[in-house]
Design a protein around this ligand. Structure first.
Ligand SMILES: Cc1cc2nc3c(=O)[nH]c(=O)nc-3n(C[C@H](O)[C@H](O)[C@H](O)COP(=O)(O)OP(=O)(O)OC[C@H]3O[C@@H](n4cnc5c(N)ncnc54)[C@H](O)[C@@H]3O)c2cc1C
Length: 374
């Protein structure tokens, strides 16, 4: 589409998570008439960190927000997997970090800083909080979305960025209920002073316990006077609650047998600050688009967090979708091309993440997705 076509394009993005916010920033940069609708009264993310991969950084560079992301993150060289006692098993540098002509080392960022950076780049008049989508009607060459507050809008393109329990998906593309992975993730930010001397560099580590518990140790040393640590305990559980109840006993049992310092960090956590949730993904979604509605991010391909890729893929979806709208003459062609380009990698990651990590004895790589995705 040429500049004029893009400028005349009316787009509604449903959901203000990483995917929706990124899509709105990129499409706004193209000049499209894009508006974001988020059900919550304000935008906030879980207190936890994330690793922004080299390909995601390339997306930021392309859309002119790399500097801003760099200002609130730290560069990491490698991902290391250790056993529960802290004995290193595998250490590998981040795939693709040397493939770009800028410093594309994976960057550790707090989810709140990540979303804030996007939000800063969306003009406020394009942001509509307190808009919970209840209905979507697909008319073929346009679609109408209706919100719980009684408002509605008809646009040329609706982008369903409404997460794992997407209403856009369930109303138009099939009933894909979240699938429980038999685990809970307990995430919290720990002050550097409370890390028992373990916060020594900017690299991601995962400790694998004999009991199946995984501790993701993600440094955020650029934050606060003492630096911070994003501490994620993912442990097995039969309780399929979306927001499980957490007790000190559950945590203590999860980290039993781990390095004393990891047990001490866990014992000292303020339970009020810990975000606990059941771990879910979805089966592969066959249809991602019609001629005027498309899914991105978790709505299209929610995956388990073992490969640390869900948010990264969401950002890459948003960029590819914007590119396709420029590259192709019509919306249907653009949506078909976007889907064709994004499905292989994201569905491969869904499948790999579902396999979970092998036992420590069988572990041979930190990046089982390497060679399976572009
Ligand atoms: C424990 C855990 C650890 C993770 N770690 C990583 C990691 O290290 N690296 C990584 O890349 N990814 C990670 N992920 C995955 C990542 O968090 C998700 O893939 C990503 O947040 C998905 O973004 P999204 O924008 O697609 O969906 P979401 O972030 O779920 O956003 C959806 C938005 O839509 C809104 N919404 C929903 N329904 C409606 C409606 N009807 N109307 C209006 N708004 C609506 C919601 O309020 C929400 O704001 C992790 C996930 C978990 C659970």
């Amino acid at each position: 589409m040429n500049d004029t076509d893009i400028k005349n394009l009316r787009i509604a993005v449903i959901g203000g998570g990483f995917g929706g916010a990124a899509a709105t920033v990129f499409l706004n940069r193209l000049g499209a008439d894009v508006h974001l609708y988020e059900q919550a009264k304000d935008i906030k993310e879980v207190g936890a960190g994330i690793g922004m991969r080299p390909k995601t950084l390339e997306v930021f560079r392309k859309w002119g927000i790399l500097e801003e992301m760099n200002a609130v993150s730290s560069a990491s060289e490698f991902f290391e997997i250790l056993d529960g006692y802290g004995t290193p098993v595998v250490r590998e540098t981040w795939p693709k970090m040397d493939e770009f002509d800028f410093d594309a080392r994976t960057r550790m960022i707090h989810r709140g800083d990540f979303i804030d950076t996007f939000i800063r780049n969306v003009p406020t008049e394009r942001f509509h909080l307190g808009h919970k989508m209840t209905e979507i009607d697909d008319h073929g060459d346009s679609a109408t979305v209706t919100f719980a507050n009684g408002e509605s809008t008809t646009v040329d393109l609706v982008i369903g960025a409404d997460g794992i329990r997407s209403k856009v998906r369930s109303q138009l593309f099939g009933d894909y209920q979240p699938v429980f992975a038999g685990a809970h993730a307990h995430r919290v930010i720990v002050d550097g002073a409370d890390t028992h001397g373990m916060l020594t560099d900017d690299n991601l580590r995962m400790y694998v316990g004999a009991n199946g518990t995984l501790i993701y140790f993600l440094p955020l040393r650029h934050r606060g006077p003492n630096g911070q640590l994003s501490f994620d305990i993912t442990c097995n559980s039969d309780d399929d609650s979306w927001a499980p109840t957490l007790t000190r006993e559950i945590l203590a049992e999860a980290v039993e047998g781990f390095d004393d310092r990891l047990q001490a960090i866990t014992a000292e956590l303020d339970l009020e600050l810990v975000n606990s949730r059941g771990v879910y993904d979805i089966d592969q979604v066959e249809t991602w688009h019609s001629d005027s509605v498309v899914l991105i991010g978790d709505a299209a391909h929610a995956m388990l967090h073992h490969q640390g890729q869900g948010a990264n893929q969401t950002i890459q979806d948003s960029s590819e979708l914007a590119d396709c709208l420029v590259e192709f003459d019509t919306i249907p062609e653009a949506l078909a091309a976007y889907t064709q380009r994004r499905k292989p990698d994201t569905q491969a990651l869904q499948a790999i993440s579902r396999q979970n990590w092998p036992t420590i004895e069988d572990l041979s790589t930190a990046f089982p997705e390497k060679g399976n995705i572009a």
